[in-house]
Every structure is written in C-alpha cells, then in structure tokens.
Design a protein around this ligand. Structure first.
Ligand code: CTP
Ligand code: CA
Length: 235
C-alpha cells in the first residue's frame, strides 16, 4: 500500500504458511470441518512477502478471497493428509514454517464410496474416528532443516481446567515450537472475524510479545517476533 517503504527484513528467506481449515470426508458429499476462514494465514503470507520473503501458501479450503500477490506459490489442499504432504514438501527448503491452519484432530476411520443413506425407523450408525498426525509437533520435534523456525497457533477457550493462557502455556511446552501464538476463540473473536488478539509464547511457555488489532497487524507483530527472537541472523 501507500506510505513508508516496508523493511525487507525477510529478504532471501523462504517461508511456508498454512492457512484455512482442513476437511475430512465422511462420505462423497459430507465432511468434518471447522470455522477457520484462513484470514490470519493469508495476512501472514502477504506480510512476509512484502517484507521480502519467498512465500509458499498451503491453502486449506479458504473462505476469504486470496489476493493474487499473496504468495509465490499457492498449494491447495483439502484434508489433513494433503496438508501434511504439502507443508512437509515445502518445509524441506524453508527458513520459517507457520502453521496457521486449523487442522482437524480426527478423521473418519473409513470413508464409504457411496453416500450414507438414512434408513426409515433405524438409528444412524456412529462414525468411528481416528487421530490425525500432529503436523506442527512433527515439524518442531524433527526439524527438516538446520536452524528452521517453527511457529504455531493455539486456539483456546478457557474452561474448568484452566484459562486461555494456561492452556496455551501447556500447549507451548507440549508442541516444542519456537513460537506459539495463543488466541482466545469463540464469542466473536478469532475465527471468522477480521480482528485478532494473540499472546506469543516461546517453547518454554514464556511470554515473548502480545499483539492485537487487525489480522494484518497481528501478522506483522508475529514477523517482528520471528525476526527478533527466533531467526538466526544471516551475518
Ligand atoms: N496442528 C497440527 N496438526 C494437528 C493439529 C494441530 O499441525 N493435527 C497445529 C495447528 O496448525 C496449530 C497448533 O497445532 O498451529 C495447535 O492447534 P490446536 O488445535 O490449538 O492444538 P491441539 O494440539 O490440536 O490441541 P486441542 O485441539 O486439543 O486443544
Ligand atoms: Ca486441535
């Protein structure tokens, strides 16, 4: 846009951003999905590109328009298995991987080739689920490249077991990512809106930064934190 030139602090860096939400088929016409629009991931990709990065966007069922200049490459995926393959393929050469996509935790154990029909007078058959691989945890635990920075999100609602931040801290330690952006979801914030509010934690659960505003403003604050706290300098 107009205004001051953007600092090229990601020049020469290769960045992978996953965005949107994965869908797991139940039958040929139905799926298990989530409410992620892809807006925060698109903002992260666009911000990185404007700061000079080479950007691969792995786009899972985005419901927001994708600007034509959002990334150098866009790989469209539907399921978690497809997203995992696309992210890992691109991540092999990447300096930074950001998992902004809402990934389905479970998928139907088997998918019939024909539409499930209702049968008059009988109960519906339960749908058995199996757990999906945790793409972020895999990337964080087994780096595909030396000095690669791995960033995740934690969508949390507080509950009886803890606050949003307490759940976020536990997740930061569990995942092993360099940065985890914790955001409260539900009741009009996070999913489906243009505003966001995140607390950035390091892998030990310590607070590195906080950011709130438009998803673009949050994206820029996240790249600031990546550059300042996680990315080794090129020297
Ligand atoms: N994630 C992933 N693969 C999965 C599930 C999640 O890569 N199978 C990533 C998301 O992209 C996000 C981070 O892990 O960056 C946290 O996702 P979240 O759903 O908040 O955490 P979970 O570990 O799935 O825990 P839960 O849903 O039980 O809170
Ligand atoms: Ca999850």
């Amino acid at each position: 846009g107009a205004g001051a030139p953007v600092a090229q602090d990601l020049a020469g860096r290769r960045v992978v951003v996953s965005a949107g939400g994965t869908r797991e088929p139940i039958d040929p016409v139905r799926f298990i999905g989530n409410r992620s629009s892809g807006r925060q991931g698109v903002a992260l990709a666009q911000a990185a590109r404007e700061r000079g990065a080479h950007v691969t966007l792995v786009a899972a069922n985005l419901t927001v328009p994708v600007p034509p200049d959002v990334a150098d490459e866009v790989v469209e995926v539907e399921t978690t298995a497809e997203l995992r393959d696309a992210v890992r393929g691109a991540a092999a050469g990447a300096d930074v991987v950001v998992m902004a996509a809402a990934v389905a935790d479970f998928r139907p154990a088997s998918v019939p080739g024909a539409k499930i029909k209702k049968v008059a007078g009988s109960e519906p058959a339960p749908i058995a689920l199996v757990e999906n691989p945790d793409v972020l945890a895999e990337l964080a635990r087994h780096r595909l490249r030396d000095s690669q920075v791995v960033v995740g999100f934690a969508a949390e609602t507080g509950d009886d077991a803890g606050s949003v931040l307490e759940h976020g801290r536990a997740k930061a330690r569990r995942k092993g990512a360099d940065l985890l952006a914790v955001n409260a979801v539900g009741s009009g914030i996070g999913f489906g809106t243009s505003m966001n509010d995140v607390t950035l934690l390091d892998g030990a659960g310590g607070v590195v930064a906080a950011a709130s505003g438009t998803k673009r403003e949050v994206a820029d604050a996240m790249w600031d934190a990546v550059v300042k706290h996680a990315l080794p300098s090129t020297g």
